[in-house]
Design a binder for this molecule. Structure first.
Ligand SMILES: Nc1ncnc2c1ncn2[C@@H]1O[C@H](COP(=O)(O)OP(=O)(O)O)[C@@H](O)[C@H]1O
Ligand SMILES: [Mg+2]
Length: 315
């Protein structure tokens, strides 16, 4: 892979190198945006942050809590939150499996994989009974975190599953053999409320809803909550909303604060105290193929996902 190096600037290959997106080492810290109202002790949600205990250490692993990372709107931070919450959970000694359940394969790419080159993906586990899920799971750069990758093949599964008996329980069946090997399974959903997402909700204990701090982001949430309630009623009585995560928050704008206030007003206590700020650090980590907690461990983004991990463990 080409990287920037002195002395190559004049040549054509040097110019190409400068245009390439090869990951460059990042400074470890970034601007620490002031997100708390220091005087009144209020957090970015406008509330006093709850006290979250230090997560207890584990002496054995499993069975996993399965969380669907879900919002039918694209670009709200589902995939980014899946990678970085997963990596932060491993820092607290948790074993984590990330499930790429979006045919776009962005989660797999974000962990440095090239999904089109994989011989087997979650699609094969779903469609071919002879394929063992263990043989498809891949290791990531985080020691305690594995990935069940996907690629565009998965879009065919959505069509093929429609005709099957028990079509909503397919992911549940896929996860059953490995549930005792992990403490958390995070399912990165596609941006739709179709059959794949219904499968994710049927296989999950909880739903984590990333919500962008933008005016229109609230529009689809009622429909999402309605879908969650239907799945709970008809397919999976244990399903609950684990929490709503405000993402892409800009503490310098009144707009972000107004949206935040509306979200807290509408959803109350299920809104996490942790809020993820908008920063270029996240697009950078995608290029690097690594979680932010490894790419820039002391950055504000890393700290935020660690705080989220503590909240998720305590819920
Ligand atoms: N907090 C953030 N600040 C700035 N950019 C972000 C943030 N979170 C995610 N992004 C970027 O926004 C884009 C969409 O995020 P992604 O996690 O892929 O959303 P989704 O999975 O919901 O479609 C990506 O390019 C990602 O790098
Ligand atoms: Mg995504």
């Amino acid at each position: 892979m080409s990287t920037l190096s002195p002395g190559t600037g004049g040549s054509a290959s040097g110019r190409a190198a400068q245009l390439s997106l090869a990951p460059r080492p990042a400074a470890d810290t970034d601007e620490e945006l002031e997100t708390t109202d220091g005087q009144r002790g209020l957090g970015p949600t406008g509330r006093r942050p709850r006290r979250i205990p230090e997560p207890p250490s584990l002496d054995r692993h499993g069975p996993a809590t399965v969380l669907a990372m879900c919002n039918q709107k694209g670009g709200v931070g589902k995939t980014t939150s899946t990678i970085n919450l997963g990596a932060a959970l491993t820092e607290y000694g948790r074993r984590v499996l990330l499930v790429d359940f979006d045919p776009q394969g962005a989660l797999s790419v974000g962990l440095g994989m090239q999904p089109q080159e994989l011989e087997q993906t979650i699609y094969n586990v779903i469609m071919e009974r002879s394929v063992d899920v263990h043989s498809v799971i891949r290791k990531t750069t985080c020691e305690q975190m594995d990935l069940l990758p996907s690629n565009i093949d998965l879009s065919a599964a959505e069509v093929q599953l429609v005709a099957e008996v028990g079509r909503e329980h397919t992911l549940l069946r896929v996860l059953r053999p490995i549930i005792d090997e992990y403490d958390f399974v995070l399912v990165d959903c596609q941006p739709s409320l179709g059959l794949l997402t219904v499968n994710a909700l049927t296989a999950s204990d909880g739903v984590l809803i990333p919500l962008e701090c933008e005016f229109f982001s609230l529009r689809g949430v009622a429909l999402l909550i309605d879908t969650i309630e239907k799945v709970k009623e008809r397919l999976n009585p244990k399903l609950d909303i684990t929490g709503i995560l405000a993402t892409m928050f800009d503490p310098r704008t009144l707009h972000s604060k107004e949206v935040m206030a509306r979200v807290v007003e509408a959803f109350g206590d299920i809104v996490f105290d942790t809020v993820i700020n908008r920063t270029v650090r996240f697009p950078e980590t995608t290029v690097a193929g690594e979680p932010i907690t490894r790419w820039a461990p002391r950055s504000a983004g890393s700290k935020a996902y660690r705080a989220l991990a503590r909240e998720v463990i305590s819920r």
